[in-house]
Write a protein that binds this ligand. Structure first.
Ligand SMILES: [Cu+2]
Length: 182
């Protein structure tokens, strides 16, 4: 099944310039901003949300929003392979884990670099997270998320307990969005 994927955009970070109020001649764009965005789709291609990852200095900000879900708490993670083949999305592989640790922030041997906080979905069927992953790079460095086989954002059927290896006892994979370098 085709999956909408990947946009990695590089744009000049003019907004980040501390002197943008100065005369035009003094505007000096910073390094390019690296952004990856994807749609999160369910097993039948139904839209379940979006995710946008923005590379910061020695960190990556992950913003994700889900929709059309029953109220509840859902795990969401960065998985290692940018391939979303339904209905189970096993193709996305395990959690992004270049440091070979165990899963979960509450696990003494954790967490995975791909671990994220749960999304809480309210009565309207929507929920979101905005979380910065320290030490995660989309591109560049020793272990970029967007390596040759990309990566995926996965939403699970249940909450992450933040400690059970390898995936927080979070159940089936119910939505997937592929991310890839281009
Ligand atoms: Cu997961």
């Amino acid at each position: 099944m085709m999956r909408r994927a990947l946009i990695v955009a590089a744009t000049a970070a003019l907004a980040g310039c501390a002197h943008s109020g100065a005369s035009l001649g003094k505007v000096h764009p910073g390094p390019p901003t690296i952004i990856a965005t994807t749609q999160l789709l369910g097993p039948n291609g139904e839209l379940r949300g979006t995710a946008t990852l923005t590379q910061l200095t020695a960190a990556t900000q992950v913003r994700a929003r889900v929709e059309g879900l029953a109220p509840g708490t859902y795990a969401i993670h960065l998985h290692s392979t940018g391939k979303c083949e339904g209905p189970k999305f096993a193709s996305a592989g395990g959690h992004f884990n270049p440091t070979m640790t165990h899963h979960g922030k509450d696990n003494p041997m954790g967490p995975h670099l791909g671990d994220l906080p749960n999304i809480v979905v309210g009565q309207g069927g929507t929920g979101s997270i905005d979380f910065t992953v320290a030490g995660l790079a989309l591109i560049g460095g020793a272990a970029p998320l967007l390596d040759a086989d990309g990566a995926a954002v996965i939403v699970h059927a249940g909450p992450d307990d933040y400690k059970t290896d390898p995936s927080g006892n979070s159940g089936d994979r119910i939505a997937c969005g592929a991310l890839a370098a281009r």
